[in-house]
Ligand binder design. Structure first.
Ligand SMILES: [Zn+2]
Length: 880
């Protein structure tokens, strides 16, 4: 790259590919230092007899042979460029067979794209546009083909040879080599192609579909790790069964395989019949995996298996439709986790992630609608916006049309588009057909406008008329694609609490008695300003607004601290009960931050501290809910609301509040800790998981007090723990505490777990987020530690991405910015995707920095711009 600006692709320029490729036969022959890929493709012109040139994508390969209908094409008949092969010499007939032979080098490929070496195996990653690194092909999702794949390799080095579909033949070859032939009967786009070769262990299971058909399940891992796959296998069975029961859509292949890879750019990939996962999301046992590792495994296995119908059998027409499959799969995995574990905890966690990652995107220079209209690199569309906001958009459709019509809509969508490449319009249309509801305003606003709508709510109680009016005003800050936005169309779920803390029965003015009075009323908001009047309201209520976070908006209402404390204690909507505590804390923290900025000491409202104490006393609340509710809003969330980020004031105010809670409720916290630290052996059930969450939250608060007895308590938990959750919790407890025990605990953990590539990740992460002095020097040392691998995306995440959340990254000396910019430049040399993602997070606050930091960050960005960045990285940093 790139003296010239890289080119943009636009949604409006979409044109169908002029050919169908009904059949694709690939042979991948793996040798010691290269691979040869032969392809045989059956082309059919969509109109007429063709004769027009064929354009194929391909990069980093050497073309060895090119034939059409068995005839070798002379050099004058084709053009090869860096990214394409154009065949000019095309017969004037409807159908012809193209044959190619190319040489690629998977062993030198460090990008984790195409066919590459991951640990000791060779594996593939083709989404979004990396099939072009394997062979010449129209690398776009709307070209669907039936694949037959033959893999050949050394028998000893690569005893396992896998591809999509069913294995139809295996056999021996001369010179110690062997082969396997795989056939996938259903047409698929090339981004779902997968192949794996290596020496892997396997664990097998069976899933009986509802019609009695048996599906074989296989999980492949490094030999020796088989006993750490039992949980993943159970999750896979459970996910297939849940999906089939809920949507009535069965898995249609005979075999479902998952391969765990050490080096993987994403969490996992849904290749049909052959998912490839980062090992982190497969391997688990109590000794090495934390409760949140277990949860991630369940959610990701479900997510990838949801894609079988939502992405694979109905795929996307082009990459601008990415949210069609990702928003839908994320909403589906969120639903699965909510139905199989605790729904409120799941919702709180999902909303926190949305606020922490997606709201920041919407407020930053790269803000884009969930369905963007242009892009330089499709890889940069894999954002929290596409995934998480996309899921919120599907969730809003679900709320608007209701569960029954939603399920009917899904049926219509898959029946109408199975085996096709669909668009977001197709999905919304199916939902309209199922529900009879006009969603055109919804579609126009949420799919095509970026930005987080800001809603201000005012209320008025009319005692005489017994009415309560609620006025909603919405606006949305300008974003790069549009400054004057149409009002968003969204569901606003509302409850009204009486003075006893109970829900009132709600009916709107004009509604007759035939409309059932509800405790939660879902209002449809679609104007800039709208008023809703509730009738029969016998006393002035306290409103519970945006229940269960019914729309991805920022909602403001002038609650008094008393009202928030009341909602914190009584709201029947668990999300809003949690939310009330967060709002109360934000109010108080913002006041405290203002004090600090005036040179005064931080402060915390005793009423807020008291309200936290009430949570600790409430025996009816779930323990994991209390643990979450005890956590004040993140620094990231607080920074989000500031015009100019004041990292120090935010960290100081938040630390002051947390210490205030710990001091005020020391006894309660100790009692809770003791009651939960009961010496019972490890169990992996809901109650035990919730207990560990609250116990470890209590321990963190106590340790913060810095008293010797609590540091000893933490050390004793560390020494006696029979599971990784309790052990790792101590790392996070001690990471910000200056004491000699901190060093001992981290050294012990290292000594015990340095050979376990997954367990050591928490050791890296816990230290990268430490706010103690010297963290940057420590990170530089850690990069040279044998437990770190500079080229492994997962390790880059736990060390460098974690550091970005550390206030020390924004140290006014600018060393953090310089260090990260240098890392981005060096990662960009071998992995453009991870470099681009790291840059996006590293510079997301640029527009809201103070002048000193802004100048330092600008220098870092400018240096990167001059360093010949890849297209992917350029697209991110050129917008800043
Ligand atoms: Zn996905």
């Amino acid at each position: 790259m790139n003296e010239n600006k890289p080119e943009k692709t636009r949604l409006a320029d979409y044109r169908p590919y002029p050919f169908e490729i009904t059949e694709t036969r690939l042979t991948i022959s793996i040798n010691d230092d290269h691979a040869v890929v032969t392809g045989r493709f059956l082309f059919t012109a969509k109109t007429g007899k063709s004769g027009s040139p064929v354009l194929l994508d391909g990069k980093n390969m050497e073309l060895l042979t090119l034939k059409i209908d068995g005839r070798k094409i002379p050099p004058s008949g084709f053009l090869v460029s860096r990214d394409h092969l154009v065949i000019l010499d095309i017969p004037k007939k409807k159908t012809f067979v193209l044959e190619t032979e190319v040489r690629i080098d998977p062993f030198a490929n460090e990008s984790c794209e195409g066919l590459y070496k991951s640990g000791n195996i060779l594996c593939t990653q083709c989404e979004s546009d990396c099939f072009r690194r394997i062979t010449y092909f129209p690398d776009r999702p709307d070209v669907l083909s039936v694949y037959t794949v033959r893999l050949e390799a050394d028998r000893e080095k690569y005893p396992v040879l896998l591809s999509n579909g069913n294995e139809i033949e295996t056999g021996q070859l001369p010179a110690g080599r062997h082969y396997a032939i795989w056939s996938d009967p259903f047409p698929k786009p090339c981004y779902l192609f997968a192949a794996v070769a290596g020496n892997l262990g396997v664990i097998k299971g069976k899933y009986a579909a509802k019609n009695g058909r048996l599906i074989e399940l296989r999980i492949y891992v490094d030999s020796g790790s088989e006993n750490r796959t039992k949980y993943a296998l159970e999750c896979l069975k459970d996910s297939l069964s849940w999906f089939e029961n809920k949507y009535g859509l069965p898995y249609l292949l005979d075999l479902y395989m998952i391969v765990a890879a050490d080096s993987f750019n994403a969490g996992a990939m849904e290749n049909t019949g052959l998912n490839i996962f980062s090992s982190r999301y497969i391997l688990a046992d109590p000794a090495t995996a934390t409760d949140s590792d277990y949860q991630n495994i369940a959610a990701i296995i479900n997510h990838e298996s949801d894609h079988y119908w939502f992405g694979n059998l109905v795929t996307v027409r082009d990459w601008f439709q990415l949210t069609l499959k990702e928003g839908l799969a994320v909403f589906t995995d969120q639903t699965y986790m909510a139905e199989t574990a605790s729904a409120p905890i799941k919702r709180i966690d999902d909303v926190n992630r949305l606020r922490n990652y997606q709201f920041t995107e919407d407020a930053g220079p790269g803000a884009a609608p969930i369905k963007p209209s242009e892009a330089i690199s499709f890889d940069n569309l894999y954002t929290a916006t596409t995934y998480r906001k996309g899921a919120e958009v599907v969730r809003m459709i679900h709320t608007l049309v209701g569960e029954e019509d939603y399920l009917r809509g899904i049926k219509i969508y898959v029946i109408n588009h199975r085996g096709q490449a669909a668009t977001t319009e197709d999905f919304v249309t199916a939902m309209e057909t199922a529900s009879g509801r006009d969603l055109s305003r919804f579609r126009e606003t949420w799919y095509h406008q970026a930005g987080t709508p800001v809603c201000r709510v005012r209320t008025e109680y009319d005692k005489k008329r017994k009415t309560y009016s609620l006025t909603v005003e919405q606006n949305c800050p300008p974003t790069p694609e549009c400054s004057d936005k149409k009002p968003f169309y969204f569901p606003l779920a509302v409850g009204l609490l009486n003075s006893k803390g109970r829900d009132m029965s709600l009916r709107l003015k004009g509604e007759t008695d035939s409309v059932p009075a509800l405790a939660t009323k879902v209002l449809t908001v679609y104007e800039k300003r709208q008023t809703f009047i509730f009738k029969g309201i016998t006393e002035k209520p306290i409103p519970s607004l945006l229940r269960n976070f019914s729309a991805p908006v920022k909602l403001f209402y002038d609650y008094t601290p008393e009202e928030l404390a009341f909602l914190m204690a009584y709201d029947s909507d668990p999300f809003n009960r949690y939310e009330a505590g967060q709002r109360f804390a934000v109010l108080d923290l913002e006041r405290s931050i203002a004090h600090i900025q005036k040179g005064e000491e931080p402060s915390a409202d005793p009423a807020l501290i008291f309200a936290y104490g009430r949570l600790l006393d409430d025996r009816f609340l779930d323990k994991d809910f209390v643990a979450l509710a005890l956590t004040p809003p993140s620094e990231k969330e607080l920074l989000e609301n500031m015009e100019i980020c004041d990292f120090n004031a935010v960290a100081r105010a938040r630390n002051h509040l947390i210490r205030g809670i710990a001091r005020a409720h020391e006894k309660k916290l100790k009692t809770i800790y003791d009651s939960l630290n009961d010496g019972r052996p490890y169990a992996h059930d809901r109650e035990a998981i919730a207990g560990r969450a609250l116990k470890n939250k209590a321990l963190c608060y106590l340790a913060l007090l810095g008293k010797k007895e609590y540091i000893e308590l933490a050390c004793s938990q560390f020494a006696n723990a029979d599971n990784m959750t309790d052990r790792v919790a101590v790392l996070y407890c001690l990471t910000n505490i200056r004491c000699k025990e901190r060093k001992t605990v981290f050294e012990r953990f290292y000594a015990d777990w340095r050979l376990d590539t997954l367990a050591i990740d928490d050791w890296l992460c816990a230290q990268a987020i430490s706010e103690l002095p010297g963290v940057l020097e420590w990170i530089k040392t850690a990069e040279n530690d044998p437990v770190y691998d500079r080229k492994n995306p997962n390790k880059i995440h736990v060390l460098l991405f974690s550091f970005l959340g550390n206030p020390k990254y924004h140290d006014p000396a600018g060393e953090g910015y310089e260090f990260i910019a240098a890392k981005i430049a060096s990662i960009d040399k071998f992995n453009h995707l991870i470099a681009a993602n790291l840059a996006k997070r590293a510079f997301e606050n640029y527009g809201r920095l103070d002048p000193v930091r802004k100048e330092l960050m600008r220098k870092a960005i400018d240096r990167l711009l001059k360093s010949e960045p890849s297209d992917k990285l350029y697209e991110i940093i050129s917008k800043i």
